[in-house]
Design a binder for this molecule. Sequence first.
Ligand code: XMP
Length: 524
Amino acid sequence: MKTFSKKQILIVDFGSQYSQLIARRVREVGVYCKIIPWNINKIKIKNLKPNGIILSGGPDSTINRNSPRVQKIIFNMNVPILGICYGMQIMSIQLGGNVVQSSFREFGFSKVYVHETCVLLDDIYDSVDEEGTHVLDVWMSHGDTVSVIPKDFKLIASTKNCKFAIIENKKRNFYGVQFHPEVTHTKQGLRILKRFVIKVCKCKTNWTPSNILKNITENIRTIVGKDEVILAISGGIDSLVTAIILNRAIGKKLICIFVDNGLLRENESSDVTKFLNEKMNLYVRKIVAKSRFFNALSGVSDPETKRKIIGKLFFEIFNEQAKKNKKIKWLAQGTICSDVIESAKIKYNRASLIKSHHNVGGLPKNIKIKLIEPLRRLFKDEVKKIGFELGLSYEIMNRHPFPGPGLGIRIIGEVKKLYCDLLRKADAIFIDELKKNDLYQKVSQAFAVFIPVRSISVVGDDRKYEWIISLRAVETTDFMTAKWAYLPHKFLSFVSTRIINEVPGISRVVYDISNKPPSTIEWE
Ligand code: XMP
């Protein structure tokens, strides 16, 4: 797709858990930015023609000789640079300064005392101390510290334990901050980033939902031309927004396919297709393939194998549908930016613990259809803003996510139709009660898990030996880390009673109190 805006910021990712946060903050300001891995080909960097570059933090120590470096070309592109934490340290080393292990490691809140004026900070401060010095409340996370700044750099601000907390090379427009402006704990962080991208890099704030929408729609029309597009729709936010945009762009040339694989939640198949047909005016072709999925999953208990089988069958079904109509040249997917970044991290060997669930990585070789991913450059919060722009309701846009493999990964081990039926009922009770008790929107994701292990219970005079349901509810902003939700005991007790009374076969309900990390949100 065409580049949206001629002005853009590049974020060089050194593996920080906050790189995506930097990007989200820059976009919040209204400026387009892109995250690139630190070791990306230098020609690619040049071709991206950035207006400014931000060097991210990172988990390595810059003192280690083999730690990631800034590609030299970046310093010679004649564009402003902002180094954050690791980014500031590595820039200092590479430009002739030095970094040492600090005797005081700083993790958490700190106060930065501003000694000199600097374009990043003019009029930006949280308080003024007795001597009239401007003070910033910031968030730090570092063990190493810059001990010597490179030639032509100037000290701007310090903390009690870190002399070089902000440095500047005014002539070259290179800046370094040891704290993290991208986290909300740094109260003035967003303003500082805004200063950098607007005032220093001279970017325009045209990255707005209506502009993005207009641009995506035009690009789709240009790319697709007279061809037809098939879209795999699940009812999730990403594929829903993709469908509505495509519908706007190409109307009847869009064919939406909804596959009922038997691994969906209670009433999901009818609710989603009805909503899309009636409310969204989208024609949706429903393919019922329950037995095909159950047969393929029979006897399989390894989670990754289950995921692969389910993914492969989806593709097979879309391919069969596409073959029926020669005009179909495109398969649309609701892939978003974080999926792409995660897969790049896998490629660059930086996130070995991610499950193979992202729609990235292209299509199987035997498929002659091309891929179109209109949301590929957007973060989840941007997709949501576009959803609102398209008129989707708050209720729809704030539904909890549901994984592609569906209940297939919420049944531990082998997937059977009976287990799915029981899980669906228990899950529906849990979600129903969350909604009734005004708790659904207070948690980020909630669901039930089926544990095919029998335990004893005594119901009336009967001794029963039945299966277990685990309830899972988490709070998270990015789904990369999550805390289990402190749901009220009374509420949990009520849900448990309802499940045991209303779902024959289940006689024990447990609540999952594990955080991510180390536990993942899903059980498989
Ligand atoms: P985990 O279990 O990795 O989940 O902590 C993080 C988020 O990703 C969702 N998830 C998936 N989504 N296909 C998907 O489309 C998958 O295979 C998959 N596995 C996990 C999960 O529901 C949570 O929101």
